[in-house]
Design a protein around this ligand. Structure first.
Ligand SMILES: Nc1nc2c(ncn2[C@@H]2O[C@H](COP(=O)(O)OP(=O)(O)OP(=O)(O)O)[C@@H](O)[C@H]2O)c(=O)[nH]1
Ligand SMILES: [Mg+2]
Length: 238
């Protein structure tokens, strides 16, 4: 059997001390032996970065990238993407560190990129969904995905989700240096750029759960950014 392509799971963290060790172990269990985890921590005041350092000394499949301050998910992922591309990752996976994204889906996402360039874990395709969330949060999330889909006129149902597996060629092509989005808009922008460049994007159903421990980093400014930035993407030159 040919060796599986080197897969790197990037876990951005800000105050995920209670979740980190558990999620890292659960991710490694689901990856092929060559798979690695890269934690990108923004100097979390709760000590997440120190936990990540300890895990990295215990296991060479775990790496840590420390950033000086919290700047949002977008810059953290961009830093992680660059590290993974530099060391030769063939597949780069985005995933939340709070157990909302079940590591059991990792194998299916990676396999899907044998015939696609970007595989998205999707809440809004048949058999996908969200548990635990109340009606308000559901409405915001569904509304946000619908808004982005209509504003950009693309067929993808879950544009704001953050559980995605990229072939490295996609990240090499989408000009990471020019991405300024920080929150949900970052997820929309990476998928939209991939589509515009003609890459094959597929959605796989996932059931999304509420975070296991800790508190949300979602804010009004993240939502506001998405509201103006998403339609603006259509009018950019690529
Ligand atoms: N490095 C870094 N990670 C972040 C930042 N903001 C959020 N994260 C991480 O990104 C992932 C998603 O953030 P969440 O706070 O879970 O956002 P969410 O999933 O929209 O909100 P919840 O449903 O409440 O969890 C988690 O692993 C966070 O720790 C940031 O500014 N920097
Ligand atoms: Mg979350």
């Amino acid at each position: 059997m040919p060796e599986r392509p080197a897969a790197w799971v990037i876990l951005p963290t800000y105050n995920e001390a209670e979740n980190l060790e558990g999620i890292v172990r659960a991710v490694l269990e689901q990856l092929p032996a060559s798979g690695k985890v890269l934690v990108v921590d923004d100097n979390s005041p709760d000590g997440t970065g120190e936990i990540a350092d300890r895990l990295a000394t215990e296991n060479d499949r775990i790496r840590v990238f420390h950033r000086e301050r919290k700047e949002g998910l977008g810059p953290a992922y961009l830093a992680g993407f660059r590290v993974a591309l530099d060391v030769g990752a063939e597949r780069i996976i985005e995933m939340d560190a709070d157990f909302s994204h079940d590591p059991a889906y990792l194998a299916a996402l990676i396999t899907a990129t044998e015939n696609a360039d970007l595989a998205i874990g999707s809440r809004y395709v048949p058999r996908g969904g969200v548990t635990d969330w109340g009606p308000v949060r559901r409405f915001i999330s569904r509304g946000g995905s619908a808004y982005a889909r209509l504003a950009l006129r693309v067929p993808v149902r879950d544009l704001t989700g953050g559980f995605k597996c990229f072939r490295r060629e996609v990240l090499e092509a989408i000009d990471l240096d020019s991405i300024e989005a920080r929150g949900y808009a970052f997820q929309v922008e990476t998928t939209y750029r991939a589509l515009k460049l003609g890459f094959r994007v597929v959605e796989l159903p996932i059931i999304f759960r509420d975070r296991r421990e800790g508190s949300s980093k979602m804010s009004k400014s993240i939502v506001a950014e998405a509201i103006w930035r998403v339609p603006a993407m259509r009018f950019r030159r690529w």
